[in-house]
Design a protein around this ligand. Structure first.
Ligand code: NAP
Length: 313
């Protein structure tokens, strides 16, 4: 019998069956078996695991694993989680980048066209116009110029917004003025009308958007966090909103998800809460990407490029 590919960490049997069906259709040459039903021989022989939110003990129970394919783009929960240094391949998928870029543009328009203010006014039956700001007068700063940030930049530029961006290493992105490293950040922040967070969560980016950095944005700026909750210091964000320094925050990600019912963010007038929906994994597209990774591995014997464990992404 052909060696099985393990499927680990789906949220319940319904999700497991859905993911398995879609993945299996994209790779009919592979035998995809959920970890929980693998027998001892299959567990011993498995070289590849496709994981959603895996229990590290299940990964540890596959001693012959050569690499792990994540179904998500963000892998902060996987880096350092396993009993041995396994290559972790994160999901880099065109459809996810397209969806995320669409979300960045949609919520940028929401802020540029003053929708939070008009929604508030409607609830108070207030008829008042706000001065129109052209896209060309609203500078968008992107924290992160990777697979998602660079696609978002292209979409924003096409819509007429000036885009500036920040990365860890120097980066050339067409029509984007770029900054890099800790030293490059202050100069970029001072130019931002809207700051969009698309960096991975690592030891370096945890708490990155704090009081000082929020204060460095243009007065009345807004924040969009579509990356991970702990990158923004929630208390500092609420203080910046309450103090009027920051006009609004659109948050898709939180320290704890689902956002607890008693969180002050739910009812804050300066906050839009989204339930982690900005860049969902499209399973059909993800399955094609994963299948291509597996085929390349079967052909060459070399695992696809994994994340850099030391960098954390
Ligand atoms: P990526 O391709 O790895 O790009 C990450 C970018 O962040 C790179 O430009 C990188 O710089 C930069 N970066 C990393 N650490 C940095 C640091 N310390 N200082 C400055 N820049 C730093 O990742 P991606 O695919 O674009 O995804 C980004 C994140 O989005 C994911 O990690 C995930 O957390 C989040 N996400 C959220 C959702 C959602 O639904 N809310 C969906 C998908 C992904 P270099 O270019 O120099 O490497």
């Amino acid at each position: 019998m052909a060696e099985a590919v393990a499927l680990i960490g789906c949220k319940g049997p319904a999700q497991e069956s859905e993911y398995r069906q879609i993945l299996a259709a994209a790779m009919p040459e592979e035998r995809l078996v959920p970890f929980r039903v693998m027998d001892a021989g299959e567990r011993a022989a498995a070289r590849v695991a496709i994981v959603a939110n895996p229990d590290p003990a299940e990964v540890a129970a596959l001693p012959g694993l050569v690499w792990v394919q994540s179904l998500w783009a963000g892998v902060e929960k996987l880096v350092g989680a396993f009993d041995r240094p396994l290559p972790i391949v994160r999901l880099v998928d065109r459809e996810m980048a397209r969806t995320m870029a669409e979300a960045v543009l949609a919520w940028t328009y929401y802020l540029q066209r003053d929708m939070p203010a008009y929604a508030r006014q409607q609830s108070e039956r207030v008829w008042r116009s706000h001065a129109y700001r052209k896209p060309v007068d609203v500078t968008i700063g992107l924290l992160g110029l990777g697979a998602l940030g660079s696609e978002a930049a292209a979409r924003l530029l096409d819509a007429g917004f000036p885009v500036i961006g920040w990365s860890r290493s120097p980066k050339a992105v067409a029509r984007v003025e770029t900054y890099h490293g800790a030293d490059g950040l202050p100069a970029m922040l001072g130019r931002c009308d809207i700051l969009v967070c698309l960096v991975p969560l690592t030891t370096e980016t945890r708490g990155l958007v704090n009081a000082a950095r929020l204060a460095a944005l243009k007065p009345g700026a807004a924040l969009i966090n579509f990356a991970r909750g702990p990158i923004v210091v929630t208390g500092d964000l609420i203080a910046a909103l309450d103090g009027g320094r920051l006009a609004h925050a659109v948050l898709d990600v939180f320290d704890v998800e689902p956002l607890p019912a008693d969180s002050a963010l739910w009812s804050h007038p300066g906050v839009t809460v989204l339930p982690h929906v900005s860049g969902p994994t499209d399973m059909a597209s993800a399955a094609a990407t994963v299948a291509a990774n597996l085929r390349s591995y079967r052909k060459t014997g070399a695992p696809p490029q994994g994340v850099d464990a030391a960098r954390g992404y």
